[in-house]
Ligand binder design. Structure first.
Ligand SMILES: [Fe+2]
Length: 135
């Protein structure tokens, strides 16, 4: 069983978003496997960049959807996305410079970063989006 996995408790009830969130957990798992198998920078570096890139794509998509339905808390949600993206971007820079290695602590942090954002922030837009007919 994968260590980091999307499950129903993370569902925001919107299919596109749920599958993008599941994808983010998949990348975390790939990172975890790479670390457990002792893979070096050549494997871990691109995976970290993929996580950053996919995070950007996903957040942009989410913001577009929130804008489309006139979600009232979009500005705050966008700020949260910017802060989260910055954290991952910082990790990528520190990893690339050799200042920091991939560790269980980092993976657990990223897992919490993703899970807490979904449960604490994303879930809030769910009723509004559903009310506007998104599914
Ligand atoms: Fe979000």
């Amino acid at each position: 069983m994968p260590q980091y996995a999307w499950n129903d408790k993370y569902s925001v009830g919107i299919q596109t978003i749920d599958s993008q969130h599941a994808n983010l957990f998949c990348i975390l798992n790939e990172l975890s496997d790479a670390m457990k198998c002792g893979q070096g920078k050549a494997v871990v570096g691109p995976l970290l960049k993929e996580l950053l890139q996919y995070t950007r794509v996903h957040f942009a998509e989410e913001e577009k959807m929130m804008a489309r339905v006139g979600y009232p808390d979009l500005a705050n949600h966008r700020l949260a996305h910017t802060a989260l993206t910055q954290k991952v971007a910082d990790f990528v820079v520190r990893f690339e410079s050799g200042e920091m290695a991939l560790s269980i602590e980092l993976l657990d942090f990223l897992n919490g970063w993703l899970g807490n954002h979904i449960l604490g922030t994303d879930k809030k837009y769910s009723p509004h989006m559903k009310e506007k007919g998104l599914q």
